[in-house]
Design a binder for this molecule. Structure first.
Ligand code: AMP
Length: 404
């Protein structure tokens, strides 16, 4: 079964095609075709990169229209050097990562006109992402036709059973019923990583207490007990919680009141500062990219050192909070760009957890581990590095829904 997955961001669009072996749907496979579109900062142009077994093709597109770009991107599935399908109708189902499912969607769903309306309504909660997700859905309908089923897989769904004390904000309760509550994000990644961790540990998921650290450009933690998310650091939006690449994470709301009252900030200016100019980038003045931060630290850049230390300080204190929520810990799991690739972040995060009996194997931590346990044999807590497979998880959800 050919499953096309679309993962739309505010300034990029990723897509891949899996051929799922219907006898072995649980086994992650490599995509047959992978495409990425970047919209660089100047207007009116996009860069398309398509990768298949026969090589990589790059193309500059002189347009800003998501539909035109998607149309070109999808055409490379059945035309030219990157062709992997005979015709468009060889796509059996299309899965979309949709960031916000609000209180409406607690699991993946086949897209109908009503689902599209709801995703559009929820755009007020996720203004950078839900509109891009919807544009992708509409564009696929126009390009592939309406007879191919499309599925929405929500980033919030995995946290839908968050206990109420973790979900409520301590503001007047009437706001809760209006949707001002903690939702949590990165759920597709948590779903995959929790299942993969149980496989690696050779234990049933419903016996485990896990803390998963999804550390990429966006960063969050989830505390998972018996396979369910019982706490997470992101909340109403993906801005809450840990310090991230360009996002601040949690800050004193009094700062926002001060900037609104005393410095005449508008809502949009606050949004720009907190989403795009803060985090590692804002504190270091160097970059949002952990590779450049660690390089600047090695070159004795004091501000980069401060940014790294603040990132680790917040990560450690959030892990500590999750340990208390779980009442103990079986495994600490690192995933996403930083979690999978930065030995420095992993070792700094683990350093102060020795009191739990957690002991990192320094050599294993350095050896680019993928889907491995990097704790010592004697460690009382396992430490895993798991390569997250969000697109694969979306493809599996499509397979599950189409089959049923
Ligand atoms: P993601 O959002 O999961 O794609 O993660 C992207 C981020 O991962 C980048 O902005 C980098 O900060 C980080 N990253 C990727 N490769 C490395 C690496 N080798 N070392 C440290 N950080 C990395």
């Amino acid at each position: 079964m050919n499953v096309l997955v679309l993962n739309a961001g505010s300034s990029s669009q990723k897509s891949c095609l899996y051929n799922i072996d219907t006898d072995l749907p649980d086994r992650p496979s490599s995509p047959l075709w992978e495409a990425k579109v970047d919209w660089p900062h100047h207007q009116g142009a996009a860069e398309l990169t398509v990768k298949t077994a026969s090589g990589t093709v790059q193309e500059a597109l002189e347009t800003n229209s998501r539909e035109v770009v998607l149309s070109r991107m999808l055409t490379t599935l059945w035309e030219g050097k990157t062709q992997v399908l005979a015709q468009p109708s060889d796509v059996a189902v299309v899965g979309h990562r949709v960031v916000h499912g609000g209180q409406d969607y607690y699991e993946s769903i086949v897209i109908t006109p009503q689902v599209k309306e709801t995703i559009a309504r929820l755009a007020t909660f996720a203004p950078l992402h839900n509109p891009a997700n919807l544009e992708g859905i509409v564009a696929v309908e126009r390009i592939l036709g309406t007879s191919i089923p499309q599925v929405a897989v929500f980033d919030t769904a995995f946290h839908s059973q968050l206990p109420l004390p973790a979900a409520v904000y301590p503001i007047p309760y009437s706001w809760f019923s209006k949707g001002i509550r903690r939702y949590g994000f990165h759920g597709i990644s948590y779903q995959y990583c929790s299942q993969r961790s149980a496989q690696l540990l050779e234990r049933p998921l419903d016996t485990l207490r896990l803390i998963i650290c999804h550390l990429g450009n966006g960063c969050s933690l989830a505390a998972i007990r018996n396979g369910r998310s019982i706490d997470t650091t992101m909340g109403f939006t993906p801005l809450e919680g840990l310090m991230m690449g360009t996002r601040s994470g949690s800050i004193d709301p009094g700062i926002l009141l001060y900037l609104l009252r005393e410095e005449n900030f508008s809502g949009d200016e606050l949004g720009q500062m907190l989403n795009r100019e803060s985090g590692l980038k804002g504190v270091s003045g160097v970059s949002n990219d952990m590779r450049q931060i660690t390089a600047a630290v090695a070159a004795n850049n004091a501000q980069a050192q401060l940014a790294f230390d603040a990132y680790i300080h917040r990560l450690r204190s959030a892990i500590g909070g999750m340990v208390a929520t779980l009442g103990g810990l079986d495994a600490l799991v690192f995933t996403a760009g930083v979690g999978e690739n930065s030995p420095a972040v992993r070792s700094a995060a683990c350093e102060t957890l020795a009191f739990l009996g957690l002991e990192l194997d320094a050599a294993k931590n350095q050896q680019s581990p993928v889907d491995q346990d990097i704790a010592t044999a004697n460690s009382a807590v396992r430490v895993l590095v798991v390569k997250t497979e969000e697109d694969w998880t979306i493809a599996q959800e499509c397979w599950r829904l189409v089959r049923s």
